[in-house]
Ligand binder design. Structure first.
Ligand code: GCW
Length: 841
């Protein structure tokens, strides 16, 4: 009998042929390998040889082979035949130079490749098609495999491949700041994928999958524990556990390294000293290192933070940083290991009253005189700016100050001061500026990237280190869009000459899809985001005006002042900015080579975006842009916050074009960011208005049309409280519900025009409990929600201030708007205000 098809079937038929967009967790990041569906490409890739041969059995080559099989199966729907010896017909051939030479004598190999570099070559030998993936070492072959898969994922031609690629620098590491108890310093994506409860996790699947992600972008080392290191990591009980992580990394060519505590010989070694020049101490390190290499032969080395932020260091014995680095370096040297010594050394008890004191000077002052004293297998790791991962800093002058010392640059993938992976802040454009910055050492062409790669001063070692705090969250960094930073870091470490836009486009296409609308929107969002974040947090070189004493997240302008941490902005009623000039200030500018110093020293030539980092000026100082400083601050905050309002709108255009799960997750984050950008805008503008006494020429600062303060609503149970700092709440006050377990109510009678409106409820989401809210209009429950965002504070302030937008409500004069807050734990369901607005067009 012929099957009878209903009319519905024919109506649905066109829909059935659309490839459904599968829900995705984000776990696969940019290694999703979705099917290639375009006919032309299917034909072209169809000519790929059916067999893949790997010429030896090393774990890395095995990964390379497996990865190609996995990728080809996903993208082209074909399962390659895996062989370990050359076959008669066409093949993809994986092998090191040495192996290829043996298997296919006469193959001319690329002589100009260095360690980790690779060559992809489509060729015909003996009448058969061979796609050669070869390199001087195993890891290079693996990188070649990922490069091939990237070409296919980006729908590029591979039939005539002849691509040689060398890494820009030998050292391409990430530093994780994981604690052995499973917490992560500045981690925003769940607990550690390595540790729990002072042990290495039994299941290291995540560690292996992380290594795969790292390998795919050319990262060859991972330091797994916090630079604020627990000495326990070196104990005999712990080392075998580390070996398990090294084993999880090894197939991906990622070398394991650890952060150590200089005090270890004393704290865990039973010595009564950790003096780096004491022979017993040197012997202790040597013995520990031997023990490590016995079980981890490819161990990468040590990272050391000493004499910084409370860590012990060589100063205890009057020794230098070079002495400390070198005792470790000597122990590591016979095994090929290295020591990376952090240049992030400064006094956090600086006297703020002394106008000549300057934390920005610290790295250069501490290390410049030691130039040439560090061992050849040691490198000084320098944060990109002289303070601490701010949204904008000049490049550290120390890069130009060490000519006989290996260097690495430390960038922060973790968005500690740049929105903590709740705000979109894509840092590749910033890193590009830093890496391209020409320090003009000796008047020459000396961009930072070349210096740190060891090219400028012919150093044997050097490179790029990214602080990356991935956690157990399935998205790795807690936010799908933040993963562009991890991807971008790796790509830049491989080749800092890549354009930011190209990197972003690659990442977008591989992470989402090839829809031009998707690519256009996401690339635009990412590329705009740093400028926008800077605009509503801290422009003109002020740095992120965040709470530097606590969460490093929400606004708290004055937390930078009048304490020993030295992140001063020196603001008073008349003016603002750190005078770092040679003429009248701290002299910091003198640490730069003369051409750069001249540019920064003069108000005429100092760029606006660093003005307040370098100079103290009155609020009325006129910038190159023609605006006064104070008006620029207002404009920047209002404009950038306005642009952040557009982020979720742009994203909404992608509904149905990206999978629903990630679509929702990203939209939630962008909505949240849009709300928090307003918190920033208001806090900073209010503070500057108060401090300077100069009105916003456009009349915005201090005026909030449509806003109804919680403290002026009818309150039942709620009590009015002061918020600290006061600019973190509208008019400085909030209403808190301290009557737990009883609910509180705040209500207001609407007197405006009738029609459609949006209601924004601004509340504080403390992390000590999950309060709930209900919003009623008249008797009708319009919205209820939970305050469960896990923000980094337990009180009402700029960290916890959160917006809930209830869009599209018809209001009529006389309507009662009522909010019921249900406190929970320590979260008092605090309210700041409601704002009633006509919907944006
Ligand atoms: O940025 C600061 C962080 C600290 C960090 C330190 C460092 C690991 O706030 O959490 O400690 O820098 O880089 O050593």
């Amino acid at each position: 009998m012929r099957p009878v098809r209903s009319r519905l079937f024919w109506i649905l038929l066109p829909l059935l042929s659309i490839v459904p967009i599968q829900a995705e967790t984000g776990y696969d990041a940019w290694l999703r390998y979705p099917p290639v569906t375009e006919g032309v490409l299917i034909d072209a890739y169809g000519r790929l040889p059916a067999t893949i041969v790997k010429l030896d059995n090393s774990p890395t080559l095995t990964s390379a082979q497996n990865e190609i099989v996995r990728g080809v199966r996903g993208m082209l729907g074909r399962t390659l035949r895996m062989e370990s010896r050359p076959v008669q017909g066409g093949m993809i051939l994986l092998g090191t130079f040495a192996a290829v030479k043996q298997a296919l004598p006469g193959t001319a190999l690329a002589a100009d490749l260095i360690t980790d570099g690779y060559w992809l070559k489509a060729t015909v030998t003996g009448g058969r098609h061979v796609l050669l993936i070869t390199a001087p070492n195993d890891r290079g072959v693996l990188y070649g495999a990922f490069a091939l898969l990237r070409h296919i994922a980006l729908h590029e031609r591979i039939d005539q491949l002849d691509e040689k690629s060398n890494p820009y620098a030998p050292l391409r590491w990430v530093n994780q700041w994981d604690n052995l108890d499973g917490s992560i310093e500045r981690g925003y994506a769940g607990r550690s994928i390595f540790f729990e409860d002072n042990h290495v996790l039994a299941d290291l699947t995540r560690a292996a999958d992380y290594a795969r992600l790292l390998a795919s972008i050319g990262i060859n080392g991972c330091t797994i524990n916090n630079v604020n290191a627990n000495p326990r990591v070196l104990t005999p009980e712990f080392l075998p556990q580390l070996a398990r992580i090294a084993a999880a990394f090894r197939p991906w060519g990622v070398e394991l390294s650890i952060s150590v505590d200089l005090g270890s010989p004393k704290t865990i070694g039973g010595l009564n000293t950790f003096d780096p020049l004491d022979p017993l101490v040197a012997a202790w390190w040597k013995q520990r290192v031997e023990e490590i290499y016995r079980i981890i032969p490819d161990f990468g080395g040590f990272v050391l933070k000493a004499d910084s932020e409370g860590r012990v260091g060589p100063s205890t014995y009057g020794r230098t940083h070079a002495d400390a680095a070198n005792v470790l370096a000597a122990a590591l040297k016979p095994h090929g290991g290295i020591v990376v010594y952090r240049g992030f050394v400064y006094n956090h008890h600086l006297d703020w009253r002394n106008l000549k004191n300057d934390r920005a000077r610290a790295a250069y002052d501490n290390f410049h005189d030691l130039d040439g004293k560090f061992a050849a297998n040691a490198a000084v790791q320098i944060k990109y700016g002289p303070i601490d991962f701010q949204v904008r800093e000049p490049v550290s002058p120390l890069f130009g100050g060490l000519k006989h010392t290996n260097e690495t640059i430390e960038l922060q993938i973790t968005q500690e001061y740049t929105g903590q992976q709740r705000h979109l802040c894509y840092l590749v454009p910033m890193w590009k500026q830093v890496l391209d910055f020409d320090l003009r050492v000796n008047g020459g062409d000396t961009p930072v990237k070349q210096i740190v790669a060891g090219k400028t001063f012919h150093r044997p070692l050097g490179g790029f280190v990214g602080v990356a705090n991935v956690g157990r969250d399935l998205t790795w960094l807690g936010y799908d869009l933040a993963m562009a930073n991890l991807y971008g870091f790796g790509r830049l470490a491989w080749n800092p000459n890549l354009a930011a836009r190209q990197i972003t486009e690659e990442w977008t296409r591989m992470t989402f899809n090839d829809d031009p609308r998707v690519i256009g929107t996401i690339v635009h969002l990412e590329m705009e985001s740093w400028k926008v974040y800077e605009g509503y947090t801290g422009p003109l070189g002020l740095g992120t005006l965040t709470d530097i004493l606590h969460g490093h997240y929400g606004p708290n302008i004055e937390s930078a002042e009048r304490n020993g941490w030295g992140q001063w902005i020196r603001a008073d009623h008349k003016g603002i900015g750190m005078d770092r000039t040679l003429a009248t200030g701290t002299g910091y500018i003198g640490q730069y080579p003369p051409e750069v110093a001249r540019q920064y020293e003069s108000l005429e030539t100092c760029p606006d975006h660093l003005l307040l980092f370098m100079h103290h000026v009155p609020y009325t100082h006129v910038l190159h842009s023609g605006k006064t400083v104070i008006q620029y601050v207002y404009d920047s905050h209002y404009d950038a916050a306005e642009e952040a309002q557009q982020f979720p709108r742009w994203w909404q255009a992608l509904q149905g074009r990206v999978d629903e799960q990630r679509y929702r997750a990203v939209l939630d984050k962008l909505d949240y960011q849009a709300g928090h950008a307003i918190v920033w805008r208001d806090a900073v503008s209010t503070w500057f208005l108060r401090e300077s006494g100069i009105a916003d020429a456009k009349g915005r600062a201090g005026h909030f049309p449509g806003r109804v303060e919680a403290e002026s609503m009818r309150l039942d149970g709620y009590t009015v409280e002061d918020v600290t700092p006061s600019e973190d709440a509208s008019r400085g006050k909030a209403a808190g519900c301290n009557t737990a377990p009883k609910n509180c109510t705040a209500s207001y009678t609407y007197r405006g025009k009738s029609g459609w409106h949006d209601i924004d409820v601004q509340y504080f989401d403390a992390n000590t409990g999950v309060a709930r809210f209900e919003l009623f209009v008249g008797k009708q429950l319009v919205q209820s929600w939970a305050a469960d965002a896990g923000l980094p504070s337990n009180i009402p302030n700029g960290d916890t201030s959160t917006r809930k937008r209830i869009a599209g409500i018809e209001l009529q004069p006389g309507d009662e708007i009522r909010i019921i807050g249900e406190p929970n734990g320590g979260d008092n369901a605090s309210l700041d205000y409601i704002e009633i607005k006509e919907p944006a067009p």
